[in-house]
Design a protein around this ligand. Structure first.
Ligand code: SAM
Length: 451
């Protein structure tokens, strides 16, 4: 962002019907492009700006535009993406200042070169980036045949090409927030200048819809609230999603959350994330029964678990794992007779064999995943400690290190679990206890008539 960008941002504020003088924040140049700086002290929950609906870009805006009938029936994001490209070259656009301020280049991994993507070797982020890319390409091909080609007079192929369409997709992905997503998708100029920063876990969302009453011209507005207290002169930020790991931040917004110093970064692991997908193998001789039990309990033949550093595997994940490897003498738990109670029984260790089975499966999986990365944890830590100037390389290192840290922690958890198998109580002992045949220490209780 340059000085002229800030002038443009001020013009924008005026053009969308918001009086800059009355706002407690102002657009300013910050490290991450343009951001909002507070002009005075702000309190948590305080309204910092409100943008009236007439200034948003919504499906209704697109419907009323010259491309409205051509995009009839398309998904909201497709309508908005095409409108962005259409309106970008309209010299009389009411959003002229806004378009000048939208970044021409985006840092989401979607826009990385092959060489940059090579730094993500073995990561889940690489997988999700490639699927996203394929999704946008397929969508573009569809839009081309359904919308662009039949309306050649409206859509100049040199403007409406894959590159531009991907840019528009990236803009929508990085600048729209709940509640204005999905069917209600809307770009809200000015409100979308707020950058990301972590908020307290109990903070309410920063973006809020205020319904207009219709009286005296009162219309809907998007209100932005402070998620915390801010000093005068401080940048006002909001959390783009407490549940979003660094991989998702990199994919959607092109940045990662990492502390200033390496030491602090190594301690804060809350954005380290790895999504583990477990699947009941089709070839399993009990596959039908297992899938049935999973279904009854709200899971499917395949389930994804988001693993976060410091939390260990969840109860549900352990139960699902036990179900996956259930076999041999334990298979009686899969019988129809036990159908409704099975999940409860396997939510605790079933047998030594079963528990050992989940440990070895997980340890093999972790080892294989860790071997797929191009670098080791130590190498990445050294790189970070030495300082990385290239922002994309830094994103790559932080994400691949984070994924590996989660995997290593998982590995540690299952190694420790494997070492305590002898100390666990299994299904058979639990049953005896429930029948009153075992005491608390695991000894057979004496026959009542012997006493
Ligand atoms: N800074 C943006 C601008 O100049 O237009 C306004 C915020 S926009 C909703 C989201 C984009 O801002 C992201 O895709 C990213 O490029 C940048 N951004 C937001 N928060 C950031 C952060 N904490 N670190 C780095 N970049 C950030």
């Amino acid at each position: 962002a340059t000085n002229s960008d800030i002038k443009e941002a001020e013009t924008l504020v005026g053009s969308i019907g918001v009086a800059l003088d009355n706002l407690p924040v102002k657009p300013a140049r910050v490290q991450s492009g343009i951001g909002l700086i507070s002009k005075r002290e702000l309190w948590r929950g305080e309204e910092i700006l409100a943008v009236p609906r007439k200034s948003w870009i919504t499906v209704a805006t697109v419907k009323e535009s010259p491309i409205g009938s051509a995009v009839e029936g398309q998904r909201p994001w497709v309508c908005l993406a095409l409108f962005l490209l259409w309106e970008r070259s309209n010299l009389n656009s009411p959003w002229k200042s806004y378009f000048k301020l939208l970044p021409a280049e985006l840092n989401s991994t979607l826009f990385w070169s092959d060489e940059e993507l090579a730094e993500l070797q073995g990561t889940q982020l690489l997988g999700s980036t490639l699927s996203f890319k394929e999704f946008v390409e397929t969508e573009f091909e569809r839009v081309r045949s359904e919308v662009l080609v039949p309306n050649m007079a409206l859509f100049d192929p040199s403007v409406f090409n894959l590159e531009a369409f991907s840019w528009a997709f990236g803009i929508l992905r990085s600048r729209t927030f709940p509640p204005l997503t999905g069917e209600d998708l809307a770009l809200v100029p000015l409100a979308d200048f707020i950058n990301h920063g972590a908020a307290a876990s109990d903070a309410r969302p920063s973006w809020e819809l205020r319904k207009g009453t219709g009286f005296f011209g009162s219309q809907d507005a998007l209100v932005v609230r402070a998620q915390g207290d801010f000093r005068a002169g401080q940048e006002v930020v909001m959390d783009y999603g407490a549940e979003k790991g660094n991989g998702q931040l990199a994919l959607e917004y092109g940045f990662v959350e990492s502390a200033e110093s390496t030491a602090a970064f190594l301690q804060s692991q809350s954005r380290d994330c790895f999504t583990l997908t477990l699947e009941i193998p089709e070839g399993d001789r009990f596959a039908d029964d297992k899938v049935d039990i999973a279904d009854i309990n709200g899971f499917g033949a395949s389930v994804s678990f988001d693993l976060v550093c410091g939390q260990g595997p969840s109860e549900d994940m352990l139960t699902y794992l036990r179900l996956m490897v259930l076999d041999g003498p334990d298979a009686f738990l899969l019988e129809a007779l036990f159908r409704d109670a099975a999940w409860g029984h396997i939510s605790l260790p079933v047998s030594r064999e079963n528990e050992e089975g989940i440990c070895t499966a997980m340890l093999d999986g972790c080892r294989a995943a860790l071997e797929g990365y191009g670098t080791s944890v130590d190498e990445d830590v050294r790189l970070l400690a030495a300082g990385i100037d290239d922002p994309r390389l830094k994103v790559a290192v932080v994400v691949r290190l984070g994924e590996k840290r989660v995997l290593q922690e998982l590995q540690g958890w299952f190694e420790a679990h494997l070492a305590r198998l002898d100390k666990l109580e299994y299904y058979a002992e639990r049953r005896l206890r429930d029948l009153g045949l075992l005491d608390d220490k695991g000894f057979m209780t004496p026959w009542v008539f012997n006493e």
